[in-house]
Design a protein around this ligand. Structure first.
Ligand SMILES: Cc1cc2nc3c(=O)[nH]c(=O)nc-3n(C[C@H](O)[C@H](O)[C@H](O)COP(=O)(O)O)c2cc1C
Length: 200
C-alpha cells in the first residue's frame, strides 16, 4: 500500500486511451465501500463520460483544462439528506450524532465524510494505473463562486438543494509519463510522539 501511495501523483495531461468500464466500476466500488460516521454513507458519485458535461464542469472549475480533457470524471456529492435517510435520530447526544450539531456542524461533518471515498477511489485508480486529480477549486454552496454555472450543473446532474457538489475527480491515462516527485514536509515536521515537538 505504501508503494502505491508513493507512486500516486496528480496527473493533469491525459492520453486519448479510454478507461474500460470494468475499471471505472472498480474505482467507484472502492468509494462505495469507504467508511463513514455510523455508516451514514452520505454521498453520491456520478460518473461523467459525455464531453458536453465535462465542458460544463470545466467551466464550473474556473476553466481548468484537465477537467474537460480527462477521459472520465467522478462528481462527488456530499448529501446532507444522508443523515435522515440513515435514521440515526434515536441517538440524542449531539456529540454522537452530527444531525444534532447545528447546520454548520452537519455541513462540516458531511463534507468530512466524503474525503474517505475520494481517497479510496484515487488509490484504487492508481492501482489500475489510471491517473487522477482532485478538483476542489469549483463553484458550489461552500465557495459561492460561479453561482449561475453551478445552478445549471445542479439541474443537469439532478442534484437537490441538500446535495452539494464537493469535489470532482478527473481520471485518465498519463499522456507523458514522468517520475513522481513527492514534495512533502519532512516526517519530523508533521509526526510527533506524545506531544508536538517530540520526535517519534
Ligand atoms: C481538496 C483538494 C483540492 C484540490 N483542488 C485542485 C484543483 O482544483 N485543481 C488541481 O489541478 N489540483 C487540485 N488539487 C491537487 C493538489 O494540487 C495536489 O494534490 C497537491 O499539489 C499535491 O500533489 P500530488 O497530488 O501530485 O502529490 C487538490 C487537492 C486536494 C486534496
Amino acid at each position: 500500500m505504501l508503494d502505491l501511495i508513493k507512486s500516486r501523483k496528480s496527473v493533469r495531461k491525459y492520453s486519448d486511451k479510454h478507461i474500460p468500464d470494468e475499471d471505472l466500476r472498480k474505482i467507484l466500488e472502492a468509494g462505495r465501500l469507504a467508511p463513514s460516521w455510523m455508516n451514514v454513507q452520505c454521498w453520491k458519485f456520478i460518473l461523467i463520460k459525455s464531453q458536453e458535461t465535462k465542458n460544463l464542469l470545466s467551466e464550473l472549475s474556473a476553466g481548468q483544462v484537465h477537467v474537460k480533457n480527462a477521459d472520465a470524471l467522478i462528481v462527488c456529492v456530499a448529501d446532507l439528506n444522508g443523515w435522515e435517510e440513515a435514521k440515526i435520530t434515536h441517538i440524542s447526544k449531539p456529540a454522537l450524532n452530527p444531525a444534532l450539531q447545528g447546520d454548520n456542524g452537519l455541513l462540516i461533518r458531511t463534507m468530512e465524510q466524503i474525503i474517505y471515498p475520494i481517497s479510496y477511489m484515487m488509490l484504487e485508480a492508481e492501482s489500475l494505473n489510471v491517473k487522477s486529480c482532485i478538483i476542489g477549486a469549483l463553484g458550489n454552496e461552500i465557495t459561492g463562486i460561479l453561482p449561475e454555472v453551478y445552478a445549471r450543473v445542479k439541474n443537469i446532474l439532478g442534484l437537490n438543494s441538500k446535495q452539494i457538489l464537493s469535489t470532482i475527480i478527473t481520471l485518465g491515462y498519463e499522456a507523458e509519463p514522468a517520475p513522481v516527485e513527492k514534495k512533502r514536509k519532512d516526517f519530523d515536521d508533521v509526526v510527533f510522539l506524545e506531544k508536538i515537538g517530540s520526535k517519534f
